[in-house]
Write a protein that binds this ligand. Structure first.
Ligand code: BTN
Length: 237
């Protein structure tokens, strides 16, 4: 495994996508700046140069690739664990894989797969708001940073090492069959909430029951229960 740090790149996910054939499993690519940082559902990921942790992890291991359904939520859980260890309160996972502190988003994850005849690799892209003070512009959910919460800057390089180490540990535990569900269940931001969700392009009020143990989400629409598998649904609370 190898760590690559760039001062600027279009997107760390895109960098891995172009270079994965020459890279090893668990290669970690971080950057101070992204000129075309991308979020889920074709959104942009904006970040002030040098202020936040922006990275992507390459997964080539075929056994781990089989766990693609769990990888993004376990990456989110990894960030929740680390923030809680920093004594930050009210940290949760907004299904499928956003990390919230209170009702503000502190981190987002973009999991991408490169597929030819089969999945060749997975790319776990993570943005964590660390030392950015202000977030100006349009955001779906108001962002928050670690600095906003603890009122001091932290060393991004040391933080990066902690995140990298813990993420690999958790992925290795996933391979060994560790059950992460109890921790996820107890950090479920949406559980019990009502929200508007666009389902087949129609905005509906849904009741959210919470994350199931297969990491799908149980909701009720018009009193009818259903489980949602994909993250291609956006909730507006
Ligand atoms: C989201 O919440 O929509 C996901 C955001 C993911 C952002 C990270 S930053 C590092 C990596 N490179 C990208 O272009 N995106 C991910």
């Amino acid at each position: 495994m190898k760590k690559i740090h760039l001062s600027s790149v279009d997107s760390t996910n895109a960098y891995i996508k172009s270079n994965y054939k020459e890279l090893d499993n668990y290669t970690f690519v971080s950057s101070d700046n992204q000129t075309n940082g991308r979020g889920r559902n074709n959104r942009q990921w904006k970040s002030e140069n040098g202020k936040n942790l922006l990275f992507s992890l390459l997964i080539l291991d075929k056994e781990l690739i089989k766990h693609f359904k769990e990888i993004s939520i376990i990456s989110a859980l990894t960030i929740v664990e680390i923030l809680e260890e920093m004594d930050i309160k009210d940290v949760s996972i907004k299904w499928p894989n956003d990390v919230y502190v209170g009702s503000n988003k502190i981190s987002g994850i973009l999991l991408e797969a490169v597929t030819r005849d089969e999945v060749e690799c997975l790319i776990v892209g993570v943005g964590i708001n660390v030392n950015q003070k202000e977030f100006v512009g349009d955001y779906l959910t108001k962002p928050i940073s670690i600095l906003n919460i603890i009122n001091r800057e932290i060393d991004i390089n040391s933080f990066k090492e902690v995140v990298y180490g813990r993420l690999i540990d958790n992925l290795e535990s996933l391979l060994k069959g560790h059950d992460f569900y109890p921790y996820i269940y107890s950090h479920d931001y949406l559980k019990g909430k009502q929200a508007y969700a666009s389902i087949n392009n129609i905005n509906e009020l849904v009741q959210i029951h919470g994350i199931n143990n297969d990491y799908s989400l149980k909701i009720s629409v018009n009193n009818k229960e259903k489980n949602i598998d994909s993250g291609e649904i956006t909730f507006h609370i």
